[in-house]
Design a protein around this ligand. Structure first.
Ligand SMILES: Cc1cc2nc3c(=O)[nH]c(=O)nc-3n(C[C@H](O)[C@H](O)[C@H](O)COP(=O)(O)OP(=O)(O)OC[C@H]3O[C@@H](n4cnc5c(N)ncnc54)[C@H](O)[C@@H]3O)c2cc1C
Length: 632
């Protein structure tokens, strides 16, 4: 059966029985995908709603994007008798903003708008093409440019950020574009169609998005970067070197430590830039990405307390009663910095919007805090920066860097007192889910269930006895698998030290397989023994015996007439037998004092099935196509 999977990092939508191994839009690993909810209310079912609103409560949300729609969605699930209005300056339907570069690069409009997790969400009344120009906090009304007034009981400002524009001489020429909205992307796509040479100004992560769009559209690109490296400030010098090599390999003309002085135009259209190094570079389209700033005008005029963003408490309440703020415009608690900060990302805005929506509907929330997380494709490479990825002050920090510009990979992990506080990965993001998990604040999430529980619950009927019975079992095994994942990596290192390279490969494959099952609740374990002991432990399963456990569950499924569960337990048993067989062979070899003879190992990135030999055209367990198999 085909499901829709949404990348929580960029909103990319994928149809299939399982998520893709890596998001084609932002490069995030498959763990960033969530299945589109079949029953939105189920996730919020056990929220503490002691502050539940009276019937007919009026919720007004300004902004129809990541934060705004997540809030509307949560409110819709929690308050069936409220009235929700979403007001948006943009005239189009909801879309994931991070997909805008893909639109320029050739993504169809149909696929672009299909990437909408709220497609079935018919609760909010949408007022599109309406610009809010003022808030009257004492009368509890907002007024729009069109003259329309809307009254609210609770108001959310989810108005995002806008690009910083610099008035260089010559900036009035046509063909110079800033990039925030669908309308901007349409305009840039039109300009790109006619253009032969693009200039991108700004070496940060958004500048790299511009480069990606123009390069994919087949235009020669010059990239003008004020700093001495690409990717600053989140990416450091060595990471910047990897990006530089990759950009140059793509044929991008990279100009570091060079700035715009002025633009030249012909017949009103931009035709060249003059730079701080005295150069004249021809270009017929210019993309400027020199930063964004939160849209604070409405908040300031309404008397809300602001700093870099609108200041909010852990329930997203601003300094004015009844008004909330979330997303790129909000300055909310950051768990790593332990202070309020503006954190701009799609997923962060969505999460904040959800918390704000729950709070607006009267739920008891305590936001655990943002963790900066950015994923994107840069110079053709997946890149992520997590937490404090490039600290200015490095005293007392341990910084572990592995950079290989030739192989185009870079991995930097930042630790304080042994705890990971940030990372930057380029080229290979396999570690990213674990690092994110390690960075996560530990306080309770707003959802009634953890992600792991929600995932296990999704494929089953919500109210079936079988589901209830298996859920607690699955929870336990998830915890086991997630621990096993880290443990197996340690086992792999140990096996490498012992010269058992094939055993090490087996453990890496096993670790990856466990990650597929459960990316949550990682724990590092001590007391690791030799490879043979490790293999024995791995064979024992994580606290259960496969030949006892699965048959028992199959019997229960049969007794209860749960055919789907029965099939899935049979499949799990078959998968476990294959894993077990591999471990047995490895253990026998190691016991005999040699490395195991194991051929090519493949792991299905959709279900974790591990096998030896050539991958089949479809996974025997979950039917994912061959391309989902990763080799170890
Ligand atoms: C080109 C591009 C690529 C990006 N790529 C990534 C990426 O790969 N990964 C990532 O995590 N993030 C990425 N981002 C950032 C991400 O899109 C933002 O962090 C996110 O959209 C913020 O969501 P938000 O809901 O807070 O605000 P926004 O998405 O900015 O939405 C705010 C909405 O409010 C509306 N609005 C504002 N003022 C008013 C008003 N007065 N009246 C009515 N409506 C109003 C705006 O029109 C807008 O629709 C990218 C951004 C851009 C522009």
């Amino acid at each position: 059966m085909s499901d829709r999977w949404i990348c929580m990092v960029c909103g990319y939508s994928h149809r299939g029985s399982s998520p893709p191994p890596q998001c084609p839009s932002c490069g995030a690993p498959f763990t960033a995908f969530e299945r589109r909810e079949r029953d939105p209310a189920a996730r919020f079912a056990s929220m503490d709603m002691s502050g539940r609103r009276r019937s007919g409560f009026r919720y007004v949300i300004i902004g129809n994007s990541s934060a705004g729609r997540a809030a509307a969605h949560a409110i819709g699930a929690l308050d069936s008798a409220g009235h929700i209005t979403v007001v948006s300056e943009e005239s189009c339907a909801f879309y994931p903003r991070p997909l805008l570069p893909d639109l320029i690069a050739g993504l169809s409009e149909e696929d672009f708008f299909a990437a909408n997790p709220y497609a079935q969400d018919d609760r909010p009344e949408l007022l599109t093409g309406e610009t809010v120009q003022a808030i009257d906090a004492s009368a509890r009304t907002i007024s729009c440019l069109s003259g329309r007034e809307v009254s609210y009981d609770a108001l959310l400002l989810a108005v995002g950020a806008s690009p910083i524009e610099i008035p260089w001489p010559g900036s009035e020429a046509t063909g110079i574009a800033y990039f925030r909205t669908y309308a901007d992307a349409q305009r840039i796509a039109r300009l790109a169609q006619e253009a032969e040479r693009a200039l991108v100004v700004g070496g940060g992560l958004l500048g790299l998005e511009f480069v990606r769009a123009f390069h994919a559209a087949g235009i020669a690109v010059t990239h003008l970067v004020r700093e001495a490296r690409v990717g600053a400030p989140a990416v450091d010098e060595r990471g910047g070197e990897v990006l530089k090599r990759a950009l140059e390999d793509l044929g991008v003309d990279l100009a570091l430590e060079e700035e715009v002085e002025s633009f030249e135009s012909r017949d009103g259209a931009v035709c060249a830039v003059r730079t701080s190094k005295g150069r004249r570079i021809e270009c017929d389209v210019v993309g400027v990405a020199v930063g964004v700033r939160p849209r604070l005008e409405l908040a300031r005029a309404a008397g809300l307390e602001t700093d870099r963003g609108i200041l909010v408490d852990r329930g997203f309440q601003t300094s004015v009663a009844g008004i909330y703020a979330a997303g790129d415009v909000a300055q909310a608690h950051d768990s790593l910095w332990n202070e309020p900060r503006v954190n701009t990302s799609w997923r962060n805005s969505r999460e904040q919007g959800e918390y704000a929506g729950i709070a607006m509907a009267g739920g008891a929330v305590q936001y655990p805090g943002a963790v900066a997380a950015n994923y994107q494709l840069a110079a053709g490479l997946p890149l992520c920066t997590l937490g404090i990825s490039n600290p200015a002050e490095q005293d007392g920090l341990e910084i572990d860097v592995k950079a290989d510009p030739a192989a185009k990979t870079f991995a930097k992990i930042v630790r304080r007192d042994g705890a990971t506080i940030g990372a930057c990965l380029i080229g290979d993001l396999a570690q990213a889910p674990d690092i994110e998990q390690a960075l996560k604040p530990t306080q309770a999430q707003p959802q009634s269930e953890s992600k792991a529980e929600a995932d296990t619950a999704a494929p089953q009927e919500a109210d079936s006895d079988m589901h209830k019975m298996t859920q607690s079992f699955l929870k336990d095994s998830f915890a086991g698998e997630s621990q096993a994942h880290m443990k197996y990596l340690n086992f792999a290192e140990k096996a490498d030290d012992e010269g058992n390279a094939n055993v090490a490969r087996l453990f890496r494959a096993a670790s990856y397989s466990e990650q597929v099952h459960a990316s949550a609740h990682l724990a590092t374990l001590d007391g690791i023994g030799s490879s043979s002991e490790n293999l024995a432990e791995a064979m024992g399963g994580e606290g259960f015996e496969i030949d006892e456990m699965y048959p028992a569950y199959i019997t229960v499924a049969e007794d209860q007439g749960e055919d789907e569960a029965k099939i899935s337990f049979h499949q799990a048993l078959e998968a476990e037998k294959v894993h077990h067989g591999l471990y047995s062979r490895a253990k026998e070899a190691v016991d005999a004092g040699k490395d195991a003879e194991i051929g090519a190992l493949w792991v299905c990135s959709a279900c974790g099935f591990t096998m030896e030999g050539d991958p089949p055209s479809r996974c025997p367990i979950c039917s994912a196509p061959k391309k989902f198999f990763n080799e170890f």
